[in-house]
Design a protein around this ligand. Structure first.
Ligand code: PMP
Length: 382
């Protein structure tokens, strides 16, 4: 139950074991083409350009930055934690002039304030982390990307810990780039960087004055490949991760069969049940309010007298949890991921294991109280 890599569906794991075809074999071209179309549907961005490239989420971030920002251009990083820091580092590496709208850990940005900064700033791009995995904060992305759109600024949304788990309507909201990785709510083992890029952002890339500095990250290399696969034609730039693409096609098929709205709603229901359990245990969430709390993971302060050793106790109880990640608070909290195939039984098993682990660490509560609270929430939400 860590915030990625998560548990994967057996059908997806079986697809990984498919005999590896040539990357230009007709059967593989069909699968890759279908995966691209499905990813576009998952982002709810019918006219955007999807990219699927071998690499992790960091590469997806790098593709966005390398292609959309030229040296000397200005970028606003809406910073909610560890992965926003990484975005700022990347932007600086590519020569951008970076301004940051920083939030205290657990806080979400104030949209009016961000828009005020955008208005006077001659920015080319604004970046925002949809769910910051280090704090469990859900940013108000709809309002932020709309504000960027009003100010004529391209918006780049890091959805690594959110895509296919948190509500997101790329085209309706006007987000220019939605980027993610395979190993979280997309439901495929690590190794794929995925991006969906709006027409406006593709045009911005086309009108660059300077070449993209990275060869592997250059849209100029990848766009013909993605277009060819979608059109059912063979193409080669760099060998695609054939088996991961097989798995992706299966997982995206499952996601679309569930339906995006139902999938977002299920993640919300499970998160609410988890939160009922945490409340019953007297645990405090890092995010400052329910409105800015992610549905894909819980970041929880250790209660008085308990430290990271409790994670070992949880493991003994059969549940793997993650430690803290935010540089300022790392040792004071832990994280529970709830993405992809998570269902009611996972909620109850996890909440129960956390209760037993806390009890073994000396944090007592009435036996079963957290499981009962989570169960009540699950029953009420049906
Ligand atoms: N952004 C966010 C929000 C993330 O959670 C992560 C990974 N946890 C990344 C970016 C980087 O992804 P990766 O580790 O796959 O490079």
């Amino acid at each position: 139950m860590i915030p990625g890599p998560v548990e994967f569906d057996p059908e997806v794991m079986r697809a990984l074991g498919t005999k590896t075809a040539s990357h230009v074999a007709p059967e593989f071209i069909t699968v890759f083409g279908r995966a691209l179309k499905r990813f576009r549907e998952v982002c709810l961005a019918p006219s955007a350009q999807p990219f699927v490239v071998a690499g992790s989420g960091t590469l997806a971030m790098e593709l966005a930055v390398a292609n959309l920002v030229e040296p000397g251009e200005r970028a606003l990083v809406v910073n909610t934690g560890y992965f926003s820091d990484r975005m700022a580092t990347l932007l600086e590496r590519y020569g951008a002039e970076v301004v940051q709208a920083k939030c205290a850990p657990g806080e979400a940005p104030d949209v009016a304030e961000v828009e005020r900064v955008l208005a006077g700033g001659r920015f080319k791009v604004m970046t925002v982390t949809h769910v910051d995995t280090s704090t469990g904060v859900l940013a108000p992305v709809e309002a932020l990307v709309k504000a960027a759109g009003r100010q004529g600024v391209l918006s780049v949304v890091d959805g690594v810990c959110a895509t296919a788990g948190e509500t997101f309507h790329q085209e309706a909201w006007g987000a220019d780039v939605y980027l993610t990785a395979s190993q979280k709510a997309i439901g495929v083992p690590p190794g794929l960087a995925l991006l969906c890029v709006s027409k406006r952002a593709m045009d911005a890339w086309r009108s660059r004055r300077t070449p993209v500095r990275s060869l592997y990250a250059d849209f100029a290399e990848w766009l013909p490949i993605m277009e060819a696969y979608e059109a059912g034609r063979p193409a080669y730039f760099a060998t695609p991760p054939v088996n991961l693409v097989y798995a992706l096609e299966v997982s995206l098929g499952q996601i679309l069969r569930e339906g995006m709205e139902e999938r977002f709603a299920r993640h919300r229901r499970m998160a609410q049940a988890f939160r009922a359990g945490w409340r019953a245990l007297g645990l405090k969430l890092l995010p400052v309010s329910e409105a800015v709390t992610a549905n894909t993971l819980s970041a929880l302060y250790y209660p008085e007298g308990v430290d990271a050793a409790v994670l070992g106790r949880a493991r003994e109880q059969g549940v793997v949890l993650a430690g803290g990640l935010h540089p300022q608070l790392k040792t004071r909290y832990f994280r529970v991921g709830h993405m992809n195939v998570v269902g009611p039984s996972d909620v109850l098993a996890t909440v129960g294991a956390v209760e037993r682990a806390l009890s073994a660490a000396g944090h007592r509560s009435e036996p079963g109280v957290a499981v009962a609270a989570a169960q009540a929430e699950l029953l009420a939400a049906r």
